[in-house]
Design a protein around this ligand. Structure first.
Ligand code: ADP
Ligand code: ASP
Ligand code: MG
Length: 407
């Protein structure tokens, strides 16, 4: 008998028929002789609608109340899923994140899991129930409701799997697994059969939202092997696990794209120690998350500094930086949105040369201009005009032979 954690995302529980599909799948897995924990997301669109509702009543809703509101999305789904299973004649019990023992920090809307005390889960399993847990939520040690950041049901599933020492953790979604690029953008993208934690983490954090990046980080830390697969068929999915020697043979595992980026450039920044620190401290103190940073070579004692962030953060960044630009004696601050990031990821990049050149060639063949470049050990990323992102992704995908190679 195996202990299995299954997670079903928003589309997979998007309407009553799909919830019944989840119920039937969970029952089938139980009837095959396993114990089942099912983590569910809010029905598709529900979380977005709740966010919109909050903005309709207040321009700047408190994050504590946002969490109280957002947690209702998953609470609806656990009840409906348990009812569906009961209706099919099987035992099921629903638990909120708090009832499942998920204790988090008090960083509302992006709380971190501190620890899990899953006694209630294991007891309900022992009584023969399929246990349905609300994804994306927990509570602080003081008992206040928290949520784990967008896409956080992935994290709930992986953390619960670690806490109850599950034999199997399956992330069911609306695609057959992790692809070499988002199949909605690159039609020739191929399903990857195995990917390392590090590659999955880099892809997730550079825009491949098939997995929440924090959940992958957690899986790596606690060695939770998991599979990403479709809730609409029985095709094998993608196994995410520690890297193996054979994985190094693939230079580029996948292409990620991230739209809705913005760039700030501060011109003629005096080239003195402490200036960059002043600028980026102001950014950090505002809680802004920035991505690529580029500083030009200094000419005649001054330099330009550019950095990127999510477009939503741009107004806040501009407001925070306006006084700092004056204070450090820079000329001006230029802001630009309508840009996107394209990244290639692969652990084989550590030991192969010419990867960046091939990326730049592919983009130049489409006449696509590169505005910024950044590299890390297993990733090369560029900023390009957002209108060219789909074309760029297809060209790069093709140049690295990802549409034809078998992985
Ligand atoms: P869920 O609601 O099940 O959590 P998500 O919408 O969060 O599902 O993630 C699945 C979506 O991720 C897919 O529909 C797909 O468009 C997108 N996606 C982006 N990059 C990739 C990729 N490399 N492989 C597979 N899907 C991807
Ligand atoms: N419902 C949450 C969201 O839309 C969490 C999740 O789906 O994983 O972000
Ligand atoms: Mg998701």
């Amino acid at each position: 008998m195996a202990l299995i954690v299954q997670k079903y995302g928003g589309t997979s529980v998007g309407n009553p028929e799909r919830i019944l599909n989840v119920a039937r799948r969970a029952i089938a897995a139980q009837e095959a002789g396993n114990q089942l924990v099912v983590v569910v997301s809010a029905m598709s669109g529900v979380t977005d609608n709740l966010i919109k509702l909050a903005k309709d009543v207040s321009p700047n809703p408190s994050e504590r109340e946002m969490d109280v509101l957002l947690a209702t999305g998953e609470q609806t789904t656990i009840a409906l899923t348990a009812m569906a299973i009961n209706g099919l004649g099987k035992k099921a019990v629903s638990l909120t994140g708090a009832q499942a023992g998920i204790i988090t920090s008090d960083l509302h809307t992006k709380a971190k899991i501190a620890h899990i005390t899953p006694e209630r889960v294991t007891e309900a399993l022992a009584e023969g129930n399929i246990v349905i847990i609300a994804g994306f939520q927990g509570e602080t040690a003081e008992g206040t409701i928290t949520t784990l950041g967008r896409g956080g049901s992935d994290l709930t599933a992986i953390a619960i799997a670690a806490a109850i020492k599950a034999d199997l953790c399956q992330i069911f979604t609306d695609v057959d697994g992790v692809y070499t690029c988002d199949p909605r953008v690159v039609p020739s993208a191929k399903k990857i059969s195995e990917i390392s934690y590090d590659e999955m983490l880099e892809m997730a954090s550079s825009g491949s939202k098939v997995m929440q990046s924090r959940s992958v980080e957690f899986a790596k830390k606690f060695g939770v092997v998991f599979e990403v697969r479709s809730s609409f068929n029985n095709n094998p999915g993608t196994i995410v696990k520690e890297e193996t020697d054979s994985m190094e043979a693939v230079v580029v595992r996948g292409v990620s794209i991230e739209k809705n980026q913005a760039k700030v450039t501060i011109t003629h920044v005096p080239d003195r120690p402490g200036t960059a620190a002043k600028i980026f401290n102001a950014v950090a103190n505002a809680g802004l998350i920035i991505d690529m940073i580029v500083q030009n070579v200094s000419v005649q004692g001054s330099t330009d500094i550019s950095f990127t962030m999510s477009k939503d953060e741009l107004p806040k960044a501009q407001a925070r930086l306006a006084p700092v630009v004056k204070e450090v004696g820079a000329s001006e601050m230029l802001a630009q949105d309508g840009i996107a990031k394209l990244s290639i990821v692969g652990i084989g990049m550590r030991s192969h040369s010419g990867v960046a050149a091939k990326l730049f060639d592919a983009l130049s063949s489409g006449g696509i201009n590169i505005q910024m470049i950044s590299t890390s050990e297993i990733k090369t990323a560029v900023i390009i005009d957002e209108t060219h992102i789909a074309e760029g992704a297809n060209l790069v995908h093709e140049a690295f032979g990802l549409g034809v190679a078998s992985h």
